[in-house]
Design a protein around this ligand. Structure first.
Ligand SMILES: NC(=O)c1ccc[n+]([C@@H]2O[C@H](COP(=O)([O-])OP(=O)(O)OC[C@H]3O[C@@H](n4cnc5c(N)ncnc54)[C@H](OP(=O)(O)O)[C@@H]3O)[C@@H](O)[C@H]2O)c1
Length: 285
């Protein structure tokens, strides 16, 4: 099986290197710029392509790893060549879109899939390492056997999804990755507001961040929760809220919203005292 890529960005390049390292044969890369395609092709001992006709001809499985808003138009360009795509497979790697974005290729005889790595690809080298323990969310209208067997060979786990689950699945992925990043940045900013630089704050808080994540993974969020809300420590929350003066309403709103989520979680396993729950609910509303 020869595997090709349209879109030589972070995901296309990292996944190509990952597949090559596991003994798969790559046809090569086509990208918007020749420079990106050349770089990825060099890293994977594969070819640079300047048009989709020859890349499709040379590939049994093609990953469309361009930006989400380009996936459909890349698929339509392949469709418009009018060539039969019988026995060829196409997959995009977007978390937000379902395989329906590739439906025109199915009309030409192709198998279509969405194959989403549940991982954050910030840089190529680190992403190649991270891929070895990444789970993939996979979905498609036909049998998923080809993708399942590829992931078995690479040693990756997968979750099978239906097209109508894809958006909620993607919200979940964004919340635990992107929103977690924004949340940590909120904490670092609070440190900066008392004169502690971001790099000092990151070093100082890193053991607590890592410990918290380890606990969540080990026991689940209900048991891992600690802190003043879990303890029903009303006075501490009053003190926290007093910090947010009129000029800091965004921070106060964020604190209260997250506080309400924390309170709901605390009530599942840890916090059972009704009067404390009522007082905290009032403070955080
Ligand atoms: N980054 C993540 O953390 C992550 C995680 C999971 C899934 N994904 C998914 O993976 C896919 C790729 O994301 P990415 O982060 O790798 O993006 P990226 O680094 O921005 O790379 C996208 C690449 O697509 C190329 N491209 C854009 N339009 C094109 C077109 N019309 N034809 C051919 N190539 C085109 C660009 O080319 P040039 O460089 O040549 O200009 C760029 O290299 C997306 O579907 C994304 O949702 C991303």
């Amino acid at each position: 099986m020869r595997i090709g890529f349209i879109g030589a960005g972070r995901v296309g390049t990292a996944f190509g290197i990952y597949l090559k390292n596991r003994g798969f044969q790559l046809s090569g890369y086509l990208s918007r710029s020749l420079h990106s395609a050349k770089t990825a092709a060099e890293l994977t001992d594969s070819q640079v392509y300047s048009n989709d006709v020859s890349l499709v001809k040379d590939s049994d499985l093609l990953f469309i790893t361009c930006n989400d808003d380009q996936i459909e138009s890349v698929a339509r360009n392949i469709f418009s060549t009018g060539n039969s795509l019988k026995n060829r497979s196409f997959a995009h790697m977007s978390g937000a879109l379902s395989s329906a974005s590739l439906v025109c290729l199915q009309e030409m005889g192709a198998y279509i899939y969405s194959v989403h790595p549940m991982q954050s690809f910030a840089d190529v080298t680190k992403s190649v390492e991270d891929l070895s323990n990444t789970t993939f969310g996979i979905e498609g209208p036909q049998q998923l056997e080809k993708i399942v067997s590829l992931l078995k060979k690479t040693g990756n786990n997968h979750l099978v999804l239906s097209p109508d689950q894809k958006t909620e699945y993607h919200i979940a992925s964004c919340v635990v990755s992107n929103y977690l990043t924004a949340l940590l940045s909120f904490g670092f900013n609070m440190m900066q507001s008392i004169g502690i630089t971001q790099s000092t704050a990151i070093s100082a808080l890193a053991p607590m961040i890592n410990g918290t994540i380890r606990n969540i993974i080990r026991t689940g969020p209900e048991k891992a929760l600690t802190g003043p809300i879990a303890r029903g420590d009303v006075e501490t929350i009053i003190k926290h809220l007093q910090v947010f003066n009129a000029a800091r309403t965004d921070e106060s709103d964020t604190y209260k919203l997250l506080g309400r989520l924390t309170l709901a979680l605390a009530q599942k396993e840890i916090l059972k005292e009704k009067n404390k729950i009522e007082m905290l609910t009032k403070l955080l509303t």
